[in-house]
Design a protein around this ligand. Structure first.
Ligand SMILES: [Zn+2]
Length: 73
């Protein structure tokens, strides 16, 4: 389980200066996933946030052929 270590030591918050993730305009899965990520961040739910980031990354690669940094806010 190499991916079992969540970032932030349980007290993870986005740096305020981090640029937000923007989904691809007009792509419904993108806007749903970004909304999910925002919800997790605002709810201070690190595990849900990591989950959302993983899903966004996978969607971006599979649907748009775009690799985004895992921690691009
Ligand atoms: Zn998309």
């Amino acid at each position: 389980m190499y991916a079992s270590h969540p970032p932030g030591n349980g007290d993870y918050t986005l740096p305020p200066s981090a640029p937000p993730i923007h989904g691809v305009q007009g792509c419904e899965p993108c806007s749903n996933l970004v909304a999910e990520l925002r919800h997790a961040v605002q709810g201070s739910d690190p595990s849900a946030e990591v989950d959302a980031r993983v899903k966004i990354r996978r969607h971006m690669i599979q649907a748009h052929g775009t690799e985004i940094p895992f921690f691009a806010g």
